[in-house]
Write a protein that binds this ligand. Structure first.
Ligand SMILES: NC(=O)c1ccc[n+]([C@@H]2O[C@H](COP(=O)([O-])OP(=O)(O)OC[C@H]3O[C@@H](n4cnc5c(N)ncnc54)[C@H](OP(=O)(O)O)[C@@H]3O)[C@@H](O)[C@H]2O)c1
Length: 338
């Protein structure tokens, strides 16, 4: 299959989506069109001297999505939307239905951008809708091939956790730049408080990629001739203890570390399941609600169980040089040493 030339990013004004659009605009001179789909029209997304127009669609209406893909002769639709539960399923199933009806459409990527929902089986409620979308995608593509001979190439972009979270409350005056377009939160490491709550015994590998680099990776992936079912990318894969070592070396500060065994996380998940009064919040890493608290704990089980891919095939297939953990920690935390 030929590389993509006309790309639409659904949710391209959101956290991850905006990084994808910027990655694409960085390479805009090699592409014919980059557009953003949104539930409401607004001014475009500008980066690197180019603007991607924002076009309103109704994700509940297949014809509405179809008419935008048709009008702009889109060949590749990348979903970066997020909404919990059934709406995530319906919106993306409608994108798939529309894609299969538009002759110019050749490629689709559902909104994944995490551990890869099919790998990370410990994550339940948060990833169940993503797995439902993938199941529908496979079946719809096979069905379409059987009926009309026309398929759709698809891939799941998996990047682990956003490295930007390791910049939370960093000491630099321009600290917010560390977060990219992502929510400022602490995940595993709460460096500004001098602590870390590491799932397992610190010897399990963790998987981190900066949002900015996810954008560059996806922009490089659309230039490839063939998409496998999964594209894994990483800025760094390192154990919890290795990350502690890097931080302590870069800053000269000691971290207070708590190791969280599987049994304790499972006990917390049981407690969350029985509680109806919001997050139980015993780790110091406050989740905004019970659903996210459950998701954070389940994500820790993913690390303990090492439900991670065996290769980083998108790193291998492209020339993208992502920022690694050491460079990121030096950049945002290195001034503590002075
Ligand atoms: N790996 C990680 O560490 C990590 C962290 C966070 C998120 N993620 C994943 O990254 C993906 C994007 O997450 P995000 O945090 O970037 O999302 P987000 O910013 O919360 O939302 C992205 C966009 O989704 C659109 N949207 C919201 N509600 C919608 C609805 N009901 N129907 C259709 N579209 C809707 C909005 O666009 P408009 O308002 O323009 O329509 C919004 O800008 C998700 O798959 C998420 O699970 C991964």
């Amino acid at each position: 299959m030929a590389p993509s030339r006309r790309i639409a990013v659904a949710g391209g004004k959101g956290g991850v989506g905006r990084h994808l659009v910027e990655g694409l605009l960085e390479r805009r001179d090699t592409l014919d069109a980059v557009i953003v789909l949104s539930r409401s029209a607004s001014s475009g997304v500008t980066f690197h001297g180019y603007t991607a127009p924002v076009i309103a669609v109704d994700y509940n209406n297949v014809a509405s999505i179809e008419s935008v893909l048709q009008e702009h002769q889109i060949d590749t639709l990348i979903s970066a939307i997020y909404v919990s539960g059934d709406e995530l399923i319906t919106s993306q199933i409608n994108m798939i239905k529309a894609s299969l009806n538009v002759p110019s459409m050749r490629r689709f990527a559902p909104s994944e951008f995490g551990y890869g929902s099919e790998n990370a089986v410990s994550v339940t409620e948060y990833y169940d809708p993503k797995r439902t979308v993938l199941k529908y995608l496979r079946e719809a593509v096979e069905d379409s091939k059987g009926r009309s001979g026309r398929g759709l190439e698809y891939t799941m972009f998996a990047c682990g956790v956003f490295m930007n979270y390791l910049g939370y409350e960093n000491p630099r005056p321009d600290r917010e730049k560390a977060y990219g377009y992502l929510q400022p939160i602490a995940v595993v490491f709460y460096f500004s408080q001098g602590k870390a709550v590491i799932p397992g015994d610190g010897k399990q590998k963790q998987w981190w990629t900066r949002g900015e680099d996810v954008g560059k990776f996806v922009a490089a992936a659309i230039q490839l001739d063939v998409w496998p079912e999964v594209f894994n990318m990483a800025g760094s894969v390192a154990t919890g203890n290795e990350i502690v070592d890097v931080f302590e070396r870069v800053t000269g500060k000691k971290l207070d570390i708590t190791y969280w065994p599987k049994a304790e996380i499972s006990a917390q998940l049981n407690q969350i399941a029985k509680s109806s009064s919001g997050p139980i919040s015993s780790s110091g890493f406050d989740a905004p609600n019970q659903f996210m608290e459950k998701t954070f704990r389940e994500s820790q089980l993913v690390l303990i169980n090492q439900e991670l891919p065996s290769n980083m095939n998108l790193n291998e297939a492209t020339d993208v040089k992502p920022m690694g953990l050491e460079e990121y920690l030096k950049l945002w935390w290195g001034s503590l040493k002075n």
